[in-house]
Design a protein around this ligand. Structure first.
Ligand code: PLP
Length: 359
């Protein structure tokens, strides 16, 4: 069992008679602040600073990991096996939070454009002791599985974790985030946003937030800006995970309130997905996304080109076209931590030769 402290102040505790165990890995609530450089002609923009959610590694991932690492089947001592790109924030977050627990990450990776950001993430991943099974593309991931289960067969096999920790249990971390935002609106930290922008990959953040906003009665439009192609993230995936998340809440004692659609309609919550910022593909930087990363950096807010830069670019496009009116909230799901000090000499030597050649 993990030795991390347990969170006793989760908003889930007051919602659920049988709230799941939740580790205290994050510093919550995260602040909300004005972001005037993102304002449009008819909208004031606010930012939810999940980048400041942890001194170890912030961003949205830690909200999900508090739940998934706190409960079976991922709360034991076994290594965890999961997948992502070479610069995956999910794999990085896992490696950083597993290390102090004396646990190992077995990572099945696929290649992605080797930006300086991706290289740093990979360096930290390897410095945390992660073991890699790498293939060239997402389509080739079954080969990584074969290599792992058939050829390598590590002495202690890893427990499989859904990509992005986006199981219904993980998504509960973002249900809690929706409740957290409602408390901040109530306390006057920001006005109720007409729109909330969040980026989507494996759907856990957006599905959880959708349910959380509805349960808290925050009538708004959730605009989910996809970082991946429609095949990998779409309304089917988002709706499916939101429904399963709601079912998990019911199993834990949430009084029945009809289905997802009824819940959303009663709360006045609507949602849509925007795929227009994906550009040439997942993790390929786009000029619009890169420009937002640069602009926000000059105002002290760290975004990156795979997810949050593209999300800010979508927000800007919607404000300029008049599709969005204020107030608007941009949820910054990217960790703001400076990690270079964690890189250990010789990390490259632990890479499979094919990946080392990509550096
Ligand atoms: C910085 C960042 N934001 C957002 C996401 C997407 O979240 P989700 O996978 O829950 O859709 C990711 C996923 O890896 C991410 O790294």
């Amino acid at each position: 069992m993990s030795t991390s402290p347990i969170r006793d102040d989760s908003p889930l505790a007051s919602l659920l008679p049988r709230a799941p165990r939740c580790l205290r890995l994050a510093e919550l609530p995260t602040p909300v602040e004005r972001a005037p450089w993102l304002d449009g002609p008819a909208a004031e923009v606010w930012v939810k600073r999940d980048d400041a959610s942890s001194a170890v590694y912030g961003g949205g991932k830690v909200r999900k990991l508090e739940l998934v690492l706190g409960n079976p089947p991922h709360d034991g001592d076994a290594p965890i096996v999961s997948i992502g790109g070479l610069g995956s924030h999910h794999l990085l977050a896992l490696a950083l939070f597993l290390r102090p627990l004396g646990r190992t990450l077995h990572a099945w990776t696929f290649d992605q454009v080797m930006t300086p950001h991706v290289r740093t993430n990979l360096a930290v991943l390897m410095s945390c002791g992660a073991r890699l099974w790498s293939v060239r593309s997402r389509a080739a991931l079954p080969w990584a599985a074969l290599g792992y289960y058939v050829w390598a067969r590590p002495p202690q096999m890893g427990r499989w974790m859904t990509p992005g920790a986006s199981s219904p249990l993980g998504a509960l971390g973002f249900v809690a985030a929706g409740l957290e935002l409602a408390q901040q609106i109530e306390a006057g930290a920001l006005p109720r946003p007409a729109r909330v922008y969040i980026t989507g990959g494996s759907a856990g953040s957006s599905a959880g937030l959708l349910v959380g906003l509805a349960l808290a009665g925050v009538g708004t439009h959730l605009r989910v800006v996809s970082a991946v192609e429609p095949l990998f993230f779409n309304s089917f995936a988002l709706r499916g995970l939101a429904r399963k998340t709601l079912a998990t809440l019911r199993q834990r004692g949430l009084p029945a309130q009809g289905g997802l659609d009824g819940l959303l309609a009663r709360a006045g919550v609507t949602w849509s997905i925007d795929h227009r910022q994906v550009g040439p593909g997942y993790a390929v930087p786009t000029p619009a996304g890169a420009a937002e990363v640069e602009r926000s950096a000059s105002h002290g807010l760290k975004l990156e080109t795979t997810y949050t830069g593209k999300c800010a670019a979508a927000l800007r496009a919607d404000l300029e076209s008049g599709d969005a009116r204020g107030p608007v909230l941009l949820w910054n799901t990217h960790a703001g931590n400076e990690l270079r000090a964690r890189i250990e000499d010789g990390w490259e030597r632990r890479l499979p030769p094919r990946v080392r050649a990509l550096l």
